[in-house]
Design a protein around this ligand. Structure first.
Ligand SMILES: [Ca+2]
Ligand SMILES: [Ca+2]
Length: 271
């Protein structure tokens, strides 16, 4: 959408459905988020949105859906907000800088849902970054800060008896692909290495009935955008930290990225 200066328009999106109206009533429960294009809250836009709400023109609101609006270039939403599952994961690799020992897997492996193999086997549908390697992926929809974790990063740690084989990565997020916000990661501390990627077993995929976008059951490593002070992101970057508690040998040398998912109810279809 690209509204004219005097036009206010909104969409309500859920499971891919998009409904357009000439105004919007912010009546749905949950948080209301308001960001300027530069990622900063905009009080002006909030006031304009309230004025728009006073018009009270009809808006169809589906249960469980978030409201999305673009008001004079400002993007707003309410939580929960969701998209169809095919938009709930990374859609492409923007940049891949392989480190020494990379070479296993393909960039296509990180697109879409995870294909984990549970606790005793590491998934093989991955892109291995190599020592110090990095990858930037673009999400098919924007991830937004709602209550609790908003993003899930899936690597392929696995257990050997009581031992957990991990290869850690630092996770950063960005709205524009230029300004990045890194989650603090306790790579040198003890397991479970708070804030790092590459720690949690991946259950989604091994058990097809699990919701790969539910951080409480999918496995992987969940991240809350509030922890780095941002409300909406489009890109996720992972850098291998050359930290492992096992051998660094092919075909699993360095962080192995399986997938990046947007938590259910934390996704915003792009205007
Ligand atoms: Ca959150
Ligand atoms: Ca691994």
């Amino acid at each position: 959408m690209n509204p004219s200066p005097r036009d206010e328009s909104a969409t309500s999106a859920c499971a891919g459905a998009v409904l357009a109206t000439s105004s919007v009533r912010m009546g749905a429960p949950g948080l209301t988020r308001n960001l300027g294009r530069g990622g900063q809250p905009s009080g002006l836009a909030r006031k304009r949105h309230i004025l728009g709400a006073m018009c009270l023109l009809p808006l169809v609101v589906l249960a469980g859906c978030g409201e999305i609006a673009e008001v004079e270039g400002e993007v707003t939403w309410t939580c929960p907000s969701d998209v169809a599952d095919e938009l709930g994961f990374a859609s492409r690799v923007v940049a891949f800088h392989p480190g020494n020992g990379a070479g296993f897997g393909a960039e296509e492996a990180v697109v879409g849902a995870p294909m984990g193999l549970g606790e005793v086997n590491g998934g093989l549908d991955v892109l291995t970054l190599g020592d110090g390697g990095s990858v930037v992926v673009e999400l098919a929809a924007d991830a937004v800060d709602c209550e609790g974790p908003d993003l899930i990063v899936f690597e392929n740690p696995f257990a050997v008896g009581d031992f957990v084989y991990t290869e850690l990565g630092q996770v950063s997020v960005s709205l524009d692909g230029e300004h990045w916000h890194a989650f603090p990661c306790d790579a040198d501390g003890a397991y479970p290495h708070e804030g790092c990627g590459g720690v949690g077993y991946v259950y989604a995929g091994a058990e097809p009935t699990l919701d790969a976008r539910d951080p409480t059951v999918a496995g992987g490593d969940a991240f809350d955008l509030a922890d780095v002070g941002v409300d909406r992101v489009r890109y996720v970057r992972i850098v291998d930290l050359e930290r492992t508690n096992g051998l660094r040998a092919p075909p699993s040398r360095g962080f192995d990225l399986d997938a990046v998912g947007i938590a259910r109810g934390h996704a915003l279809a792009r205007p």
